[in-house]
Design a protein around this ligand. Sequence first.
Ligand code: KG4
Ligand code: ZN
Length: 355
Amino acid sequence: MHVLSMRWDKIPDMMKSQLVLGIESSCDETGIGLVDTQRGLLAHRVFSQIDLHAAYGGVVPELASRDHVRRMVPLIRETMAAGGHALKDLDVVGYTTGPGLAGALLVGASVAEALALALNIPAMPIHHLEGHLLSPMLSVQPPVFPFVALLVSGGHTQLMRVGGVGDYVLLGESVDDAAGEAFDKTAKLLGLPYPGGPILSKLAGQGVAGRFKLPRPMKNSGDLMFSFSGLKTAVLTATKKPDFSEAQIPDLAAEFQEAVVDVLCAKARTALTQTGLSQLVVAGGVGANARLRERLRREIGKRGGHVFFPELEYCSDNGAMIAFACAMRVRAGKFRSGENGVFAIRPRWPLSELS
Ligand code: KG4
Ligand code: ZN
């Protein structure tokens, strides 16, 4: 009891350099990051479970949890060694508490809390999307607050106004499927293997957009809401036409990608106009999409704005962004711990609840 009460009273010193370990296990990647609050990212390692889930055509939650158990400790050891530190040097452990798969989140949460308890240091629950949102700040040329963030992951499509660490105002989001989810579901119905998004976008590079005509859902809705589920249905309808052949899949993929990118670009431009801001930060797995990057760079650049993308290795899930978000909170004096030694995961957790 004594150890517990000591640890929960502890708050990392924002004025001194602090060594932060970040743990990510919300879905199908085990990610570990090591960040020094003064020196930045020291090392990170990711183990992707793609091969494990490929046979099932999607993530199997129970298998994901078990694999996190297998990978996590060796990956922590590897990251610590790569960063040139021992566990005893750590000052804080940050871990993804949600949103994500409950079982997978529990693995990271228990390892993080156990490690913090053993080392008598504080642990901080981190919101997965906050990790994505701040990940472009790991770049050599980072954005500065305030900016508009376009979060495009497998589970979320959101536009946020980011005023600072913990100052997130939701401007708009998808009413149904997320952009990444639309990529994945469309890939599946086109018979492409898991993970669908990147494979579909690769195929789109070999096709020509415009040969098929797909809708641009909610592009002119006048607000910042999105809808992507109808697009997948429109793709399915196109494949059911009697004259459709497999040779046309790249063209259909190209048109699908163009439709998603059209809508994302239009809404991102509107968000900048509405907020009067000039910087757009793109985060989440779909931020790796080459066509989205090209179009946003061109269109936002044309109006005198700047677009910031995380490096590709920080686009998909990773531990560096969790360690970094934790470090940013420590530096901003916004440390939060669980309550009195009790930790809880939050599989559903709106980002706008953060402060
Ligand atoms: O952020 P992330 O790694 O995980 C979540 O937090 O959801 O995003 C994964 C999503 C998946 O839906 C994946 O298909 C999509 O990002 N994705 C892509 C590309 N690379 C990953 N979608 C389109 N084009 C890509 N190149
Ligand atoms: Zn993610």
